[in-house]
Design a protein around this ligand. Structure first.
Ligand SMILES: O=C(O)CCC(=O)C(=O)O
Ligand SMILES: [Fe+2]
Length: 277
């Protein structure tokens, strides 16, 4: 069942340009692109490629643990890294954390993993509206390739530069949902059909390019929370896509996630109770 689909909802109905300073990370407040480096790529494209970032040994160690979990969709729990040291070793790898701190402008912690070895098939969206509004753009996600990614597997796709468009806002999406629907934990998936249609319409109107990410094992890509992206549908259903996805927020912007821990290497993560399942 989808929520809100009975309305004819367009991109301008659910998006807004955020200008409030405390909702924008420092790079997002800059009127012009930084001169060089990762910051420049982030400002211009909303995505930063970090080829060959992940050491083979860390990938092998995690792959051995993950392979024992039979579900191709991975662990259902959103924070399996609390239990699995090998996940923390990859997601909190210091060169990756250095890049994230540079892009967000302050220390960040890990709080979400997607561990499926098939595409999520999550249709076009931005991530910001899935978080509490006070997080703003102090947020980033990382796509890590554990194998060379096959074009038929449903690769990650994104629209470079779309992070500078008006952003989808939760309160605007919620205009079209009843109070019960707004309280339902599945509201993101039950609205994704029309949210994705609105994104497609805007991509077409701007004649924007959709880029397909086909990384080699060990490559990583960081994307901005306002970047339009998706896990594309596999061309050949069932084709494996051995990826690890991790999401991070600035430590100072998550009063809703008060328990923090440090991994053995000193890098921070948000701690949650609950079993590994
Ligand atoms: O499956 C994918 O490649 C994208 C997943 C996604 O949208 C996310 O982690 O925010
Ligand atoms: Fe996403």
């Amino acid at each position: 069942m989808s929520f809100g689909k009975q309305h004819a909802i367009r991109w301008p109905d659910i998006t807004d340009r955020v200008r409030s300073k405390h909702l924008l990370a420092p790079i997002d407040r800059a009127a012009a692109a930084p001169k060089r480096g990762l910051a420049r790529e982030w400002w211009r494209h909303g995505a930063v490629r970090l080829p060959g970032l992940l050491p083979d040994g860390l990938i092998d160690a995690y792959t051995a643990v993950r392979a024992k979990h039979s579900d191709p969709g991975g662990w259902r729990s959103p924070s399996p890294y609390v239990h699995v040291k090998e996940l923390r070793d990859l997601c909190l790898h210091p060169p990756l954390m250095d890049a994230l701190r540079e892009l967000i402008g302050e220390p960040v912690g890990l709080h979400l993993n997607l561990t499926g070895w098939i595409s999520t098939e999550r249709d076009f969206h931005q991530d910001t509206y899935l978080n509490p509004a006070f997080v703003g753009t102090h947020y980033a996600a990382v796509w890590m390739a554990l194998e060379d990614i096959h074009p038929d597997s449903g690769p990650f796709q994104f629209v470079p530069g779309s992070h500078r468009w008006p952003a989808i806002r939760r309160h605007l999406v919620f205009q079209y949902l009843t109070p019960d629907e707004q309280d339902h934990p599945a509201w993101p998936s039950r609205t994704q059909g029309w949210v994705a249609s609105a994104c497609r319409e805007e991509i077409a109107r701007r004649r924007a390019k959709i880029e397909t990410y086909l990384p080699k094992r060990g490559d990583a890509l960081v994307w901005h929370s306002n970047l339009i992206h998706r896990g594309s549908p596999p061309r050949v259903p069932g084709t494996t896509r051995r990826a690890l996805i991790a999401h991070y927020s600035a430590l100072s912007k998550r009063p809703d996630m008060p328990i923090r821990r440090k991994h053995a290497n000193g890098e921070p993560y948000f701690y949650f109770e609950g079993p590994l399942e």
